[in-house]
Every structure is written in C-alpha cells, then in structure tokens.
Design a protein around this ligand. Structure first.
Ligand code: DC
Length: 228
C-alpha cells in the first residue's frame, strides 16, 4: 500500500489530535501536531515577554526558538522547545488563552509552515492543525475537516485538563473555544477554513474508535487509488 499525506484540520477540541495519533499508530505513519508548534512558540513568547505587536521583536525572538519532536518510550510524539520537553506545559489554560493571538502573526506562520513542510517531505505522515489541507499540504491525498458541537468539545477539553489536575469551569472553556474559533477563522493569514476537497466529519455523536475506523477506511481507499 503506497504511503500518503493525511491532513486533518478543524475547530479546537474536535478530537483532531486524538484521531491523528491513533491513525498514525495503526498505519505506522509519523504524527505531527502543528498546534503544538504554535503553542511552544507562545510559551517562549510569554516566558521572554515578547511584545507581539512589534514585528522586529517577534523576528528576533523566533531566531532563538528551536522546535523538535521526539518519540517517548510509549511511542508518542512529544514537542521540545530548545531541547526541553514542553509537551505538558503547552496544554495549560494560559497558553490556550494566548496561542490564537500568536498564531495570527505572519512571521510566526511563515516559519512554522516552512518547518512543517520539511517534516512532511517524506510521505506517510498525519498532520493536524488549522491550515494543513489549505496551505501546508494543499496536495495532500486525504484531507479531513473535523467539527463538533460546542458543548461536546468543551466537555472533552475539560476532561483533558482534569486529567492534568487543572480544574477549569465549563463556561471558561466554552468561552476560550469560541474566542479561538473566532480568531482562527477570521485572521488575515491562512484562516481556518475547509479545503474544497476535504471530507467533513462531525464528531459530536461518534466515538474516537469510529472516527479512527472511518479515517483508516478512507486512507486505504486513497492509498490504492490509481494503482491498478
Ligand atoms: O490544535 P490546538 O488547539 O493545539 O492549536 C492551538 C492554536 O494554534 C489554535 O487555536 C490556532 C493555532 N494553530 C494554527 O493557527 N495553525 C495550525 N496549523 C495549528 C494550530
């Protein structure tokens, strides 16, 4: 079966990364969480008090950032910022509240997209984010656009934070998700939108296992496309 590129985009907390991770594991593909890259940049900007309204300061700060992914002993890909594992830190509410703003910056996006394309040079990759099917890999063989009802998404995100001992009210999560959706979809630089050739998947009433099965089925069909 030939290897393909799978691009998964969609709103925050629709199960993109959970699906992408599992699909990659089953297929033996590499998984790249592009949101983790924007989150790691946000962490660096907050730690170094970078004024995001000052492009020169932003460019200078980006020069000091080195991102890499490493597979942990459980086989899960984790992000490193300048050699330090920041996988847990970047999932906090503080980062979630600032990441969409940082993601609007052209300088940040240009660098991230460039690094994402390099990471995906080989086929056999699953990447999730907001602009993967539209900007990063416009010729990906399989593109998905995930959506779900807001309360389902908020509840799922609350469970994830709870598992990390971070107790956050559902209302605060709903507000954060809606605000991020708004910024992500309306920004000037590569806004979140469904690629014309992406398959729309509403995950409100299906389980992760069903989502994963569906993506595997579509991948197999694409991987055998034109191979007669
Ligand atoms: O997938 P996530 O919630 O971890 O992403 C965090 C933020 O990063 C999201 O609100 C918008 C931004 N992002 C982006 O602009 N482009 C991507 N390809 C991935 C994420």
């Amino acid at each position: 079966m030939r290897k393909i590129v799978i691009a998964i985009d969609g709103y925050s907390a629709c199960g993109k990364s959970t699906t992408a991770k599992e699909v990659a594991k089953i297929l033996g593909y590499r998984y790249i969480d592009s949101g983790a890259m924007y989150r790691a940049v946000t962490l660096y900007f907050l730690e170094h008090h970078v004024a995001v309204t000052n492009p020169r300061e932003v460019i200078k700060a980006l020069e000091g950032i080195r991102l890499s992914f490493h597979i942990n002993p459980k086989g899960v890909s984790e992000i490193y910022l300048n050699g330090l594992n920041v996988e847990d830190e970047i999932r906090s509410m503080e980062i979630s509240q600032n990441v969409s703003q940082v993601s609007t910056l052209r300088e940040v996006r240009t660098l991230m997209v460039d690094q994402q394309r390099k990471l995906g040079k080989e086929k056999g990759i699953v990447m999730d984010g907001r602009d993967i099917g539209t900007v990063v890999f416009p010729s990906a063989e399989l593109k998905l656009f995930l959506t779900a009802e807001i309360m389902t998404r908020a509840y799922r995100r609350q469970q994830e934070l709870f598992a990390k001992d971070e107790l956050v009210e559902l209302d605060a999560i709903v507000e954060n998700l809606q605000k991020r959706d708004e910024i992500d979809s309306t920004r000037k630089e590569s806004p979140l939108k469904k690629a014309d050739d992406a398959v729309l998947l509403d995950t409100s009433h299906i389980t992760i296992d069903e989502q994963v099965d569906e993506v595997i089925r579509m991948t197999i069909s694409k991987a055998f496309d034109g191979r007669k």
